[in-house]
Design a protein around this ligand. Structure first.
Ligand code: CTP
Ligand code: MG
Length: 389
């Protein structure tokens, strides 16, 4: 999007104000999680990936307007200037009308899109946008052929087989010239099932462009599952491992897993010696194929002398995310005589989970009196991490 936001000729209204009754989750449908992001974020990813500069108007439930803005800005990034968020209405039609009321003056063509079509590809949005920006008063809808045989029934009784050769399924986004769409909405009295029906009801012609199977609407739990499977099909999973060992140092405070253990000998080391965090960093770097903590941060570097190890973890996470990975989970085990982990395990898991923004499990064991951990010379931590791209 290179044009100034207030000069965009196109607007894309993303309706996300429905409650998702048929999906049956405890949050409105657009805010339901799908593969680690909300349905709304997925939909906006497609929208902001389209090539035509466009004002993007998200229509959200009134109570979730600011949440929708946060999610929208997260996806839009540098393009946040193109984003408008407004509250919707009781019906989809009322929500679209609320979106139309927020159009900026430069806009000449409008696409209306369901947030529930979370996986609609940018190419589909471009296809509809190109067709509608080409001019004329025609509405544009993406359509797919009906592949199953279609029957007309009365209760359970089949009346006839309907000729499906001239039937299509239609999707969103649906595109229209602004003035005609606004006028059609102003004149509409009945509820229509889609914008094209309302538009045709005002006497305008509507044409189809090829639709996309991935633009299916998430309506039921089954649809959500299908979307999850489609997303995971492209996911690459990697695991990594990390081990760290430090000897005890009576003169140091004990920081382990970013948590302070009073009345315990600390760990010797160039930084704070937090073996749990160091093992986690190595596991994360290993999973992402980014080397290890020593090669990345030069643990002998002056700037890290006495450093709280959370710094390493933050920088590690930035590297891992920068390489396109998401953290699935991290598991860490401490092998040591002291400190006793059990009583503080939940606290450690919560603290580390917040730092990593993914589940972290913490376990501990002694080594049955054997080796350096058994003798009480030092402590070892072993971590594994799972990342996805
Ligand atoms: N929509 C909306 N405002 C409404 C109703 C629906 O913005 N009052 C939006 C939905 O958020 C969705 C799209 O219109 O993105 C398609 O509607 P639908 O799939 O029916 O979603 P819901 O109405 O949320 O679901 P349900 O009908 O199962 O309650
Ligand atoms: Mg609905």
């Amino acid at each position: 999007m290179s044009l100034a936001p207030d000069a965009a000729r196109l607007a894309i209204i993303v309706v996300a104000a429905g409650s998702g009754t048929r999906l049956g989750e405890d949050v409105p449908k657009a805010f339901v999680e799908l593969g680690g992001r909300t349905i709304l974020e997925h939909a906006l990813h497609g929208v902001f990936g389209a090539t035509h500069p466009a004002q993007v108007i998200v229509v959200a439930p009134a109570s979730l307007v600011s949440r929708a803005r946060t999610l929208g800005e997260r996806v839009a990034g540098a393009a946040s200037g193109y984003l408008t968020v407004v509250a919707g209405g009781d019906s989809r039609q009322a929500s679209v009308a609320a979106g139309l009321a927020a159009l900026q003056p430069s806009v000449g063509a409008v696409l209306v899109h369901d947030a529930a079509r979370a996986l609609a590809p940018s190419a589909l949005i471009d296809r509809v946008a190109t067709a509608v920006l080409a001019g004329g008063a025609r509405g544009v809808v993406p359509a797919l052929p009906v592949v199953d045989t279609v029957k007309r029934v009365e209760g359970e009784r089949v009346l006839e087989t309907v000729d499906r050769s001239d039937l299509v399924h239609v999707q969103t986004p649906q595109g229209f010239p602004r003035a005609e769409l606004v006028a059609a909405y102003a004149a509409a009295h009945d509820e229509h099932t889609d914008d094209a029906a309302l538009y045709a009801g005002a006497g305008h012609e509507v044409v189809t462009v090829p639709g996309e199977p991935r633009a299916f609407k998430i309506t039921t739990p089954w649809d959500l599952r299908r979307a999850e499977l489609l997303l995971s099909a492209g996911t690459r999973i990697r695991t990594g491992v990390g081990i760290d060992v430090h000897g005890y140092d009576e003169n140091q405070p004990m920081w382990l897993g970013g948590v302070y253990f009073p009345d315990e000998p600390g760990l010797a080391g160039h930084s704070d010696g937090d073996a749990v965090i160091h093992a986690m960093c190595d596991a994360l770097l290993s999973a992402a194929g980014l080397g290890d903590i020593g090669s990345r941060f030069g643990t002998s570097a002056e700037e890290y002398a006495g450093a709280a190890s959370e710094v390493f973890l933050r920088e590690t996470l930035a590297l891992v995310r920068g390489a396109g990975y998401r953290v699935g989970n991290v598991a860490v085990q401490v092998i040591a005589q002291r400190p006793r982990i059990a009583a503080r395990r939940m606290e450690l898991e919560r603290h580390l989970g917040e730092l990593v923004d993914a589940p972290v499990s913490v376990a501990a064991t002694t080594s049955d009196g054997l080796g350096f951990t058994g003798r009480g010379d030092g402590l070892m931590a072993v971590a594994t991490a799972l990342v996805t791209r």
